[in-house]
Design a binder for this molecule. Structure first.
Ligand code: NAI
Ligand code: PYR
Length: 292
């Protein structure tokens, strides 16, 4: 947020107040090299008038642990933090990062009673970035010119949409042939593994993932603050996805000042559609199991 000037003020609230203060100081020291963003540690009351409250509190995965295994612990954390957040900032958009992010988005929507469009999970924004980056690297072009979605769960059951992935206006498979680096089954399986298992690899190496999600959360805040109507793969509770009712999962959503303004259903091939249905069924079951 500071490096891109995507906020005017950032307040860090953590049960570990000394940590929040130390992080705020450290980030503040970067502001002369970036944007004049006010950064400070605070209490819930300091969230008054926040446009966006990012919910990132809770347990993270230990090496080999799945996101869904965090559910019980993090549902308890949200039960503790959402009431004081809402008391301080009743008009804010809630932006959920805590894992398992789709189910936590469903829980945050239920606990807050806010309309679903104002409770946004970062969902697969990060997986989509990983997918675009890896395809771009394979083709030798910019990730900014490469477009493709990862849908469904931010987690093991996510769906990489190869059928609609493009570079510029060209299907990625066609461009790959043109540049003599075919996206054959082996190349696609390699990219799939590196997207789907990215968090496991990074957590095995450094204990947590920080920068990718930081970039993704910044991008969502930028789209909200600038009322951009940007298309981003984020998670909100939807009336129905692949006939599964009231489930939070990622689809391409239009994001602006009021939150999620609309949803786009991309063309999917048979396997992608089946994968998306399996993914949302799994998420619905996980939410139901914890009473949401
Ligand atoms: N959605 C995504 O793509 C990503 C999600 N995550 C998730 O974000 C969450 C946080 O991950 P990290 O920052 O790595 O963990 P961390 O352990 O570094 O930070 C979590 C913080 O939450 C605080 N906390 C715990 N309970 C609290 C409470 N009741 N009230 C206030 N603060 C509380 C802790 O004191 C701690 O400082 C995890 O669930 C992790 O899986 C992490 C990376 C990417
Ligand atoms: C931790 C996590 O969810 C990620 O980096 O994808």
């Amino acid at each position: 947020l500071v490096l891109r000037g995507a906020a005017s003020e950032v307040v860090l609230v953590d049960v570990n107040e000394a940590l929040a203060e130390a992080q705020a100081q450290d980030i503040r020291h970067a502001t002369p090299f970036a944007y004049a963003v006010t950064v400070r540690a605070g209490s819930y009351a300091d969230l008054a008038d926040a446009a966006v409250v990012i919910l990132a509190a809770g347990a993270n995965q230990k090496p080999g642990e799945t996101r869904l295994e965090l559910l019980g612990r993090n549902a308890e954390v949200f039960a503790a933090i959402i009431p004081p957040v809402l008391k301080a900032a009743p008009d804010a958009i809630l932006l959920v990062a805590t894992n398992p992010v789709d189910v936590m988005t469903q829980i945050a929507t239920g606990l807050s009673g806010l309309p679903p469009e104002r409770v946004i999970g970062s969902g697969t924004i990060l997986d989509t970035a990983r997918f675009r980056g890896l395809i771009a690297n394979h083709l030798g072009i910019s990730a900014k010119s490469t477009h493709g979605y990862v849908l469904g769960e931010h987690g093991d059951s996510e769906v990489l949409c190869w059928s609609s992935a493009i570079a510029g206006t060209v299907r990625v498979e066609d461009l790959a042939r043109q540049v003599g680096k075919p996206l054959d089954d082996a190349a696609k399986a390699d990219i799939d593994e590196k997207v789907r298992r990215a968090a496991y690899h990074i957590i095995a190496g450094k204990g947590a993932t920080w920068y990718g999600i930081g970039g993704g959360l910044m991008r969502i805040c930028q789209a909200i603050g600038g009322d951009e109507r940007a298309m981003l793969t984020v998670s909100v509770v939807s009336d129905s996805i692949e006939s599964v009712p009231q489930v939070a999962a990622s689809l391409p959503r239009i994001v602006g000042r009021a939150g999620v303004l609309g949803t786009i259903m991309p063309d999917l091939d048979r396997d992608e559609r089946d994968g998306l249905r399996r993914s949302v069924e799994l998420l619905k079951q996980a939410a139901t199991d914890v009473g949401f």
